[in-house]
Write a protein that binds this ligand. Structure first.
Ligand code: ADP
Ligand code: MG
Length: 255
């Protein structure tokens, strides 16, 4: 079982879209997947066909050790993967965890119990470098960083890279940046091409080959409670995510 965080402390860069579509893409090619929603907004939960308002148990209960992942994860049949969901309860966890021991290791410990049950665990992180994100980073083998090819994209990366380095040095020596994923890409925009070329030049094999285009079907899918890959499998964006899933399957063979 390999565990990946989808992280970037900027909001609206495509973390949740990446998490749910990669999960659906991996499921489509036969992988057993658990999606963990670490964002109190619960968008990845809703976007995986699970109603966050009706969750009996959530990732909040797992972090506070009042439930196991086996108890709290639900099988979302229409998307083909399991979901450890989140809702607004999780916003309180940040404060409640402060007083507890090993507060940054809670998710890691809980995931050990399901290590035989899944091939991939994907963790959707909130747009901050908070205790919740730290729980994700402490659990993971790698970080997937979705980014838009914009002028300031690289600047925002510095804080995340430094955090990852610190977690690697002090808390989780498995952790590495697996790769940068170019998302919402529009090849007609010259600047995006240029930034994409710069990314390749700077980070070479840390940049995934798959590129996710800007595609309205990916943006429409969440309102149907589905990842684009399930909602419209033939859309360009969906095909790109299935390609990305295949690339991830190849990547983990080298880990
Ligand atoms: P984050 O989780 O980082 O805040 P989201 O995944 O929620 O970001 O994406 C932000 C917005 O951009 C959402 O409205 C989403 O539907 C849209 N979006 C994400 N990726 C794409 C894409 N490839 N093409 C078009 N819209 C996208
Ligand atoms: Mg999100």
């Amino acid at each position: 079982m390999k565990i990946f965080c989808v992280a970037n402390q900027k909001g609206g860069v495509g973390k949740t879209t990446t998490t749910v579509n990669l999960a659906a893409g991996l499921a489509k090619i036969g992988q057993r997947v658990l999606m963990v929603d670490l964002d109190p907004q619960g968008n990845a939960t809703m976007g995986s066909g699970v109603d966050k308002r009706k969750l009996e148990l959530s990732v909040y209960d797992v972090l506070l050790e009042s439930a196991s992942i086996k108890e709290a994860a639900v099988n979302s049949e229409k998307v083909g993967y399991h979901v450890l969901g989140a809702n607004r309860d999780l916003a309180g966890a940040e404060v409640e965890l402060v007083a507890l021991e090993h507060r940054d290791q809670r998710l890691r410990t809980a995931l050990k119990e399901v290590s035989e049950d899944y091939d991939f665990v994907l963790i959707d992180c909130p747009p901050s470098l908070s205790m919740l994100t730290l729980n994700g980073l402490c659990s993971a083998h790698g970080v997937i960083v979705p980014m838009q090819c914009e002028y300031f994209a690289l600047e925002g990366l510095t804080d995340l890279v430094n955090t990852i380095k610190q977690v690697h040095a002090n808390l989780n020596k498995d952790l590495q940046i697996i790769g940068l994923l170019r998302v919402m890409f529009d090849p007609r925009i010259t600047l995006q091409q240029q930034v994409s070329d710069q990314l390749k030049a700077h980070f070479s094999d840390k940049v995934f080959n798959a590129v996710i285009p800007r595609n309205v079907r990916l943006a429409e899918a969440p309102s149907y409670g589905l990842p684009g890959v399930v909602f419209d499998p033939s859309a360009k964006g969906s095909l790109a995510f299935v390609e990305f899933a295949a690339e991830m399957v190849e990547r983990i063979k080298k880990m």
